[in-house]
Write a protein that binds this ligand. Structure first.
Ligand SMILES: NC(=O)c1ccc[n+]([C@@H]2O[C@H](COP(=O)([O-])OP(=O)(O)OC[C@H]3O[C@@H](n4cnc5c(N)ncnc54)[C@H](OP(=O)(O)O)[C@@H]3O)[C@@H](O)[C@H]2O)c1
Length: 253
């Protein structure tokens, strides 16, 4: 019996990953801070799909959070067939105006805990043939983002790191995919103070559609769900960086 670990499973994209994988009869380890929400989701998925769903409360903004979580998983010896590093958050505002602590927390959750969990759970993933890692980045990964400088930089890290890992683990039986969603309907925009931005007002994808695309292409190095997001990324590649960074700043001014 094997499990897929999903971080940030209490809401949005992570919750949708849990629902979709449960429908595939996949056993799950659900991780987030809001334990009650995870318990409710686990109970529902167990009843609906007859799977095992384990809830592990963890604060990945805490320096010791990822290590404690991985130790718990490794000590019990749960066999892992997947890891979805999805937990993350952003915040809108000028670098100098946003609090330092909040921005360092963002780096901790979006980068450091993701790296730490991946490193610590890889030995277990390697033992299970055909296992996968999905790291959730963003279309933000492809250019600099004035008014969200740290968030965009964290996602650029996730993309670069995961893309390299995809190649390193080619042939080792573990596939690594980077999911790069654009504006998506979840709790993210409220948390990031972005609901009134041009980016989110222009329309969002559902978390369900994002997850469907990601799982359908779970062995692909980079997955960009939605035609509009794909066109934005590809047109960005053809444009000077001075244009793409100003456009990103304008979209979230
Ligand atoms: N929505 C978008 O437009 C969009 C676009 C591109 C990329 N993304 C990325 O997609 C991922 C999922 O975001 P979402 O849209 O689903 O947002 P969401 O609805 O706000 O969900 C975020 C999840 O991350 C968890 N999380 C946040 N801080 C955490 C912490 N300190 N420790 C443990 N878990 C934590 C939250 O759980 P608790 O609060 O219960 O801890 C929640 O389950 C993020 O990495 C985000 O950057 C989102």
């Amino acid at each position: 019996m094997s499990y897929v670990v999903i971080t940030g499973a209490s809401a949005g994209i992570g919750e949708r990953f849990a629902r979709a994988l449960a429908a595939e009869k996949q056993n799950l380890i659900l991780v987030a801070r809001r334990e009650e929400r995870l318990n409710t989701l686990a109970t529902e998925l167990k009843q609906q799909h007859g799977i095992e769903a384990i809830v592990l409360k963890a604060d990945l903004a805490n320096e010791a959070g990822a290590e404690a979580l991985a130790r718990q998983i490794n000590d019990v010896g749960w066999v892992l067939s997947g890891l979805i590093n999805n937990a993350g958050f952003g915040d809108r505002g000028a670098f100098a105006d946003l609090g330092l602590e909040r921005q360092l927390s963002m780096i901790q959750v979006n980068i450091t805990s993701l790296v730490s969990l991946t490193w610590q759970l890889l030995p277990s993933l390697r033992k299970q043939p055909g296992s996968f890692v999905i790291n959730v980045a963003s279309t933000a990964a492809f250019q600099a983002g004035p008014n969200m400088a740290i968030y965009y930089a964290t996602k650029a890290f996730v993309l670069s790191f995961s893309e390299a890992l995809h190649e390193e683990l080619r042939g080792a039986g573990v596939s690594v995919s980077t999911l790069c969603p654009g504006a998506t309907d979840s709790e993210f925009a409220t948390e990031a103070h972005m609901t009134n931005t041009k980016l989110f007002k222009a329309g969002t994808m559902t978390a369900e559609a994002v997850v469907k695309k990601s799982l359908a292409q779970r062995r692909k190095a980079i997955v960009i769900p939605g035609l509009r997001n794909l066109l934005m990324v590809w047109s960005g590649k053809l444009s000077p960086r001075a244009v793409t960074r100003r456009l990103a700043g304008w979209l979230q001014a």
